[in-house]
Design a protein around this ligand. Structure first.
Ligand code: MN
Length: 200
């Protein structure tokens, strides 16, 4: 993950003449890394949590979406890296394409690598290898520390996404259900699906 050829799998699954999704190019330097959470209404509704690491979006599928309650552990299944421009993608993926369905930008913003702020400093790719990431999100819906930890229960692709205990933790909030709209266009999944266009 996060290596030079890590978009191979992403590209091999898609036909870029029929899908509006980006094919992927090089990263930009000298700015804070971004995160994005896509809400994806495919064969089942889920959320895709993506962190910019080494020029690509390292991605996890989170079936229930993120929580703001530190007691909630949300399963996060690692999927293939996506190109950085995918962070801006919102729209309808043709049904005959991989991941066909409707994609909404549920939240996005910059993040900080908290693993790089302690005594034992780790880059995001080192932390990824070791199976424990801690990040500070500066989103419009989600803020504060989140931990992603790899489990070994079933497969190497299984991680847990957990809100860290900090001033942004809030067990009473449930943004997945109370704030369903796109932070990019204010649209719902249904509106995006019926408009059949990816608005900018
Ligand atoms: Mn998805």
């Amino acid at each position: 993950m996060g290596t030079k050829n890590s978009l191979k799998k992403y590209r091999s699954k898609r036909n870029f003449t029929t899908t509006g999704e980006p094919a992927g190019r090089k990263e930009g330097k000298g700015r804070q890394p971004i995160f994005v959470i896509h809400k994806h209404d495919a064969s089942s509704l889920h959320y895709d949590f993506r962190l910019e690491i080494d020029g690509v979006l390292v991605s996890w599928t989170v079936p229930k979406g993120p929580s703001t309650d530190p007691r909630e552990k949300r399963l996060a299944i690692m999927t293939e890296d996506h190109p950085l421009e995918y962070a801006d993608f919102e729209g309808v993926i043709p049904e005959n394409e991989y991941g066909g369905g409707t994609v909404l930008i549920w939240d996005r913003g910059n993040y900080r690598n908290l693993m790089n702020e302690g005594d034992e400093r780790r880059s995001m790719s080192q932390a990824l290898d070791q199976g424990l990431l801690t990040v500070w999100l500066e989103g419009q819906k989600l803020r504060g520390g989140y931990a992603l930890t790899r489990t070994t229960y079933r497969s190497k692709k299984d991680w847990l996404l957990i809100k860290m205990k900090d001033e942004e933790a809030d067990a009473r909030r449930n943004p997945v259900s109370t704030q369903p709209k796109s932070v990019k266009t204010e649209r719902t999944i249904k509106e995006i699906a019926t408009e059949k266009i990816s608005a900018d």
